[in-house]
Design a binder for this molecule. Structure first.
Ligand SMILES: [Zn+2]
Length: 123
């Protein structure tokens, strides 16, 4: 007869205060301890930018790759925040990331749609 060992792992990583919201697409690791890891993160929504220069990765006299620039958005919520924010980024650097509240993101989305409608309107 084999002894049954109880699962020693808690249901949630100890860094989280509750279960993931329905939009969270992040696979949490039970080894998460750093404060910056204590986030819920949604799926990425990417737009490839075709009117700006691509990223050319050259090193040691060799072309490693050419990558189009993208703007990305996802929901992001620290585990102790009251509601998620929208993370908008256009690269890997810290200054290429902005966080908008849900109200700010909604206002910005309305502005973008108004600009597109104005530009596409027949004279
Ligand atoms: Zn989560």
């Amino acid at each position: 007869m084999t002894a049954m060992m109880p699962d020693a792992r808690p249901a949630l990583p100890l860094s989280l205060t509750g279960p993931c919201p329905p939009w969270c697409a992040y696979v949490h690791d039970h080894a998460e301890w750093a404060a910056e890891d204590r986030v819920h993160r949604g799926a990425d929504y990417d737009v490839t930018l075709t009117s700006v220069d691509a990223i050319v990765n050259i090193g040691g006299g060799k072309l490693w790759g050419i990558e189009p620039r993208r703007v990305s958005a996802c929901l992001w919520q620290q585990c102790r925040e009251a509601e998620p924010r929208v993370n908008v980024s256009h690269g890997e650097e810290a200054d290429a990331v902005m966080y908008l509240t849900l109200d700010e993101a909604e206002q910005h989305a309305r502005h973008l749609l108004a600009l597109v409608a104005a530009a596409r309107r027949e004279p």
